[in-house]
Design a protein around this ligand. Structure first.
Ligand SMILES: *Cc1c(COP(=O)(O)O)cnc(C)c1O
Length: 391
């Protein structure tokens, strides 16, 4: 089938809810991909931060094949070895106490919201279900996680949204203004991803944690994009020197298979009892086996390299001095690049995609999320395309 035929079929049979690039990726290896015509692309997008160990990683493939040949699904009414092993690995490396697994980032954040509300209900009773979230945040596409999302563009058409969210700017005074007797938790991304790769100020985060302690609010962190090594530590909160009450994860956890979930600390481990929360596919053995392989591949050494690779890319991009680009920001391999006035990030991104460098936008800028296993050679190829295309 040619690309033109595929595109025609898509427009006939698929709900057109995505603004897609005119590219059909067919296969690849690591951070190198090929479309239907065999054209090569360097992957600085990872399927939006999902392909944490690259495309077709052999160790990841073997783990999936082995588990699929043994047991592809079993409901959570039974014990499951991959589920438990994955929970153990995550808890040991994060310092958290226990894990729950679902299928996506939005579902993971729904879990955090339910957790905070039940925790508060049991301690304080009704009327304390409000959660403070930050402007420019993104927490998902379900009705409730859209309500939690701090960007007005998402708050149309789908009324009525879930109540019980209040927004603040990322500064302590603004959060204090949003405070009230009805609040039970604060939910933040430590580096706002979709909002434009905006890292929160560490001093603000530390004072926010202190405020949560003073008011007895849960401190919830959305690590759907930042988690699983993306920022140069297994979880971003480890670099901020704070321990949340609960943290969600998804995108990179299973290296391309659908999985999300959340970790809780000791204080929250007993909030959910049997029947309080569930997910039919959650922690599916194949996804869990893939995630265990991802965590084995992303050992401490591999994650330490994420910081170096991120610095290498950012230094190289800034050294190009391209007139259409400004400063870079971010942490590890979560990189945002400012777009200069008069240029459109969407147009620049489309040009890069066409030229063979798969790229993303975030807020008004560009965003690069290469696989964490990206090689020096792949980075250099990507940088060369960037320079040639945008010069
Ligand atoms: C992508 C993302 C989500 C939503 O994840 P889905 O798997 O698409 O539901 C939520 N929060 C953050 C920070 C994200 O980057």
């Amino acid at each position: 089938m040619t690309f033109a035929e595929l595109k025609e079929l898509d427009s006939q049979y698929v709900i057109q809810s995505y603004g897609r690039s005119p590219i059909a990726v067919d296969h690849g290896g690591g951070a190198t991909l090929y479309d239907l015509d065999g054209k090569e692309y360097i992957d600085f997008a990872s399927g939006i931060g999902v392909l944490s160990v690259g495309t077709a990683n052999p160790q990841w493939q073997a783990a999936i094949a082995e588990q699929a040949g043994k047991l592809g699904h079993i409901s959570n009414l039974y014990y499951s070895m991959p589920y438990v092993k994955l929970a153990e690995k995550l808890c040991i490396r994060s310092g958290m106490a226990a894990a729950f697994f679902g299928n996506s980032g939005a579902e993971a954040n729904e879990g955090l919201i339910k957790l905070a509300r039940k925790w508060s209900w049991e301690k304080y009773g009704e009327g304390r279900g409000t959660i403070i979230t930050l402007n420019r945040s993104f927490h998902g596409r379900t009705i409730t996680t859209l309500a939690a999302t701090g960007q007005d563009v998402f708050h149309k058409y789908f009324f009525p949204f879930t109540e019980g969210f209040r927004r603040a700017d990322p500064d302590l005074d603004s959060v204090k203004q949003a405070a009230g007797h009805d609040v039970c938790a604060v939910l933040v991304e430590l580096v706002q991803g979709e909002g434009g790769v905006l890292p929160l100020d560490p001093a603000f985060v530390q004072s926010l944690v202190k405020l949560c302690e003073d008011r007895d609010w849960l401190f919830l962190v959305d690590e759907v994009q930042t988690g699983i090594g993306r920022t140069g530590s297994l979880f971003c909160f480890q670099q901020y020197g704070v321990q949340p009450d609960a943290a969600s994860f998804a995108k990179g956890i299973a290296g391309g298979l659908p999985m999300g979930g959340f970790l809780v600390n000791e204080r929250c481990r007993k909030v959910f009892g049997p029947g309080d929360h569930a997910s039919t596919f959650g922690g599916n053995p194949v996804s869990a086996a893939a995630a265990c392989a991802v965590l084995d591949i992303l050992d401490d050494e591999a994650i330490a390299q994420v910081k170096e690779k991120g610095k290498y890319l950012r230094d190289a991009i800034e050294a190009m001095g391209l007139p259409c680009l400004g400063k870079t920001r971010g942490m590890g391999l979560m990189i945002g690049v400012e777009v200069a006035e008069g240029f459109s990030n969407k147009e620049l991104c489309a040009k890069l995609n066409q030229a063979g460098l798969l790229s993303l936008t975030a807020g008004p800028g560009l965003r690069f999320l290469p696989p964490l296993t990206v090689t020096r050679e792949e980075m250099d190829k990507g940088l060369a395309i960037l320079k040639e295309t945008l010069s």
